[in-house]
Write a protein that binds this ligand. Structure first.
Ligand SMILES: Nc1ncnc2c1ncn2[C@@H]1O[C@H](COP(=O)(O)OP(=O)(O)O)[C@@H](O)[C@H]1O
Ligand SMILES: [Mg+2]
Length: 359
């Protein structure tokens, strides 16, 4: 071990490191450190004496602080010697491009979303039954939506596809496993009500066979999981202004039916194997509230967002804004396919996998 000294740059670095470690350990001053540098002049390891009276129950707070301020690092607490060794872990970059290899999912409930700094990221439907994708135009929503829809079909799921924007999902018409592709509001409402009846039928089967989840049904009666794939759903959940406008009143009745059906599936679909995949341009309190918010426990925000949307959608005002080295949170701006991936309150930056052209 060599003492850390030398060039002014290194001295400045040393001070920052000592200051950070001092704060992490709750000391009132930057403690002396012994440090090794690697061949590129980066910190390879640092050793610091623990302050007198430092207790094992203080390590969790110190680790959190050091991991945020120094980046990921391994911390070795040597209580006998009374020192702490800090070994920075070279952060793995989030890849700038990744592809789905068209291999069917390893299990029906694991659909691949993309990759983060730790490796592949999956939407596990047993952890979060329904997924909502948001992001501005051109941010990669449809790419993510189709990635998940394709994998569900490859896993032998059934799907119903709804697209009020008319053309995005047209290619799915007639595909194996695709039961419907609807674009008209009235037909979407009818079709969704069929989904709720199918969901009720599955519950009756579960009662009959005394099981609490569709996957436990005997194979001869077990239905395939059903994906309700709805692009641009916000356009339909939001009521239109209707004062004195007969057509708008009719439209709002249909929107009401759509809202009721998607809520019923959001609330009760999980055990019946009916799962929702929604995409929308943005979240607004007038539709992203109540049951939708409580039940969409997997969320993907494509591209960066503002801190208000980030707080509403990702549960953290910093998780979806442009990356900030101070907090270690946020999304690298300007990389197509970058997104914030949220599951039950945990958020990470991912690169969404692309679907290769069909052979
Ligand atoms: N995950 C991704 N990786 C690389 N490029 C992407 C990715 N997602 C989208 N793109 C590029 O961005 C373009 C717009 O994406 P798209 O999914 O159509 O956005 P949106 O539906 O949000 O308008 C696509 O044509 C594609 O070239
Ligand atoms: Mg799109």
């Amino acid at each position: 071990m060599t003492p850390w000294s030398g060039s002014p740059l290194l001295a400045a670095e040393t001070y920052r490191l000592r200051d950070t470690v001092g704060r992490a350990l709750g000391m009132g001053y930057p403690p002396p450190l012994r440090a090794d540098l690697d061949t590129r002049g980066q910190l390879a390891r640092a050793v610091c004496r623990l302050p007198a009276g430092f207790q094992p129950d203080q390590t969790a707070t110190a680790e959190r602080y050091l991991n945020v301020t120094l980046g990921p690092c391994e911390l070795v607490w040597d209580w006998a010697a009374g020192d702490l060794t800090i070994i920075p872990v070279a952060p793995r970059e989030v890849p700038t491009e990744c592809w789905w290899d068209r291999a069917p999912p390893a299990a029906w409930h694991l659909l691949r979303v993309g990759e983060n700094a730790e490796g592949p990221v999956y939407w596990d439907l047993l952890i979060a039954a329904h997924l909502l994708i948001c992001g501005g135009s051109g941010s990669g929503k449809s790419t993510a939506f189709e990635l998940l829809l394709e994998q569900a079909l490859a896993a032998g799921w059934q799907a119903v596809c709804y697209d009020p924007k008319l053309v995005e999902l047209i290619g799915y018409s007639g595909r194996d496993g695709v039961l419907a592709v609807e674009t008209q509001l009235a037909r979407i409402a009818d079709s969704l009500e069929w989904v709720t009846r199918e969901q009720a039928r599955r519950y009756m089967l579960m009662v009959e066979h005394r099981v609490n989840h569709w996957a436990k049904l005997p194979t001869e009666v077990r239905p395939a999981p059903l994906l309700v794939a709805f692009d641009e759903i916000a356009a339909v959940l939001r009521p239109v202004k209707a004062a004195g406008d007969v057509a708008a009143v009719g439209d709002n009745r249909l929107r009401g039916r759509v809202g009721q059906a998607v809520t019923e599936v959001a609330e009760r679909g999980r055990a019946a194997g009916v799962h929702e995949l929604f995409a929308a341009q943005g979240v607004r309190a007038d539709w992203f509230d109540g049951s939708i918010q409580r039940n969409m426990l997997a969320r993907l925000h494509c591209g960066t967002t503002d801190d208000v949307t980030s707080r509403l959608f990702l549960g953290n005002s910093k998780a979806g804004v442009p990356f900030d080295p101070e907090t270690g949170l946020g999304i690298t701006p300007g990389v197509v396919g970058r997104a914030a991936w949220y599951v039950r309150g945990e958020v990470s930056e991912v690169q969404v996998s692309r679907v290769p052209e069909a052979a």
